[in-house]
Design a protein around this ligand. Structure first.
Ligand SMILES: C[C@@]1(CC(=O)O)c2cc3[nH]c(cc4nc(cc5[nH]c(cc(n2)[C@H]1CCC(=O)O)[C@@](C)(CC(=O)O)[C@@H]5CCC(=O)O)C(CC(=O)O)=C4CCC(=O)O)c(CCC(=O)O)c3CC(=O)O
Ligand SMILES: NC(=O)C1=CN([C@@H]2O[C@H](COP(=O)(O)OP(=O)(O)OC[C@H]3O[C@@H](n4cnc5c(N)ncnc54)[C@H](O)[C@@H]3O)[C@@H](O)[C@H]2O)C=CC1
Length: 218
């Protein structure tokens, strides 16, 4: 069995307001479209036929659908390109065009043609669990994503939101780092895991007093 598959470099893209091209309108394209819209992308869809859901999204003005086949040059002006047609030659052609222009491209049917692949994703509030298998086993990625996602408990989501709130208010620096690590790994985190939210908040309050007394926290 080959073991030399290169390791992928994971990133979380901020797509809010960015133009993304999706070519193809079947079940696979629909899954990508929903995730891209959730991330706030300005979605441009090119396909002669699309699913009912994609048609509805286009009618609601949530995405911009051109009812036609891909034509040379369509990739221009997009931050990201995703090919999900059932025509390998079309996917190959638009991948070559995208790369020529330095654009990042994903194709649903050919890992070799992907500059980025899509992991299996589970969300809990601001927390994302994503599993990739470097294109080797998408069904396993989905299975593991479910198992790992189930380990993210409500108190983790609460901790993430609380940490975000504190980070917006406390000045950067080693003291804030210590406090936020302590929040997760120390007693407040342990109390929260046991469902003792009141005790966790009391503990955090006493730790925050040191910021208040130094005048760093308002
Ligand atoms: C390389 C990659 C490119 C990309 O799409 O980015 C790719 C490629 C291909 N997938 C194929 C098949 C299947 N894909 C799924 C499911 C998912 N596939 C996803 C990602 C990826 N799929 C990327 C690598 C991810 C990684 O590294 O792990 C997930 C995780 C994310 C998503 O798509 O959003 C999503 C789960 C979403 C969820 O959590 O639910 C299932 C299972 C099912 O559907 O139940 C099957 C059937 C089982 C099987 O075939 O393995 C085929 C053959 C098509 C054919 O035979 O016609 C190809 C092409 C090829 O490999 O040649
Ligand atoms: N990555 C993944 O997770 C998976 C990928 N696949 C692969 O994804 C591809 C798409 O699968 P489905 O959505 O099920 O296919 P589908 O047959 O339901 O849809 C294909 C779509 O491509 C469009 N299309 C065809 N020629 C086109 C052109 N020249 N320009 C623009 N659009 C064009 C069609 O109008 C249709 O909307 C297949 O190649 C399949 O092997 C399949 C399963 C999972």
């Amino acid at each position: 069995m080959a073991t030399s598959t290169p390791i992928d470099y994971p990133v979380c893209l901020r797509l809010e307001g960015r133009r993304v091209l999706l070519v193809g309108g079947g079940a696979v394209a629909e899954g990508r479209a929903l995730a891209l819209l959730e991330a706030g992308a300005r979605l441009h869809l090119i396909a002669p036929d699309v699913t009912d859901t994609l048609q509805r999204l286009a009618a609601e003005g949530r995405l911009d659908w051109e009812r036609r086949a891909y034509a040379s040059g369509d990739v221009r002006g997009h931050a990201l390109v995703l090919a999900a047609t059932d025509e390998p030659a079309v996917n190959q052609h638009l991948t070559a065009e995208a790369r020529e222009l330095g654009l990042w491209v994903n194709t649903a049917d050919e890992p070799e043609l992907c500059d980025f692949t899509l992991p299996s994703v589970e969300r809990r509030g601001p927390i994302t669990v994503a599993v990739s298998t470097a294109g080797q086993a998408p069904a396993l990625a989905r299975h593991l994503r479910r198992e790992l996602g189930a380990q993210v408990a409500p108190h983790h989501v609460w901790l993430a939101r609380l940490s975000g709130w504190l980070r917006r208010r406390l000045p950067r620096g080693p003291r804030r780092q210590r406090l936020l690590k302590q929040l997760v790994e120390g007693e407040p985190g342990a109390l929260l895991a046991r469902g003792e939210r009141g005790a966790a908040v009391a503990r955090l309050r006493s730790e925050l007093k040191t910021f208040k007394s130094s005048g760093e926290f308002t």
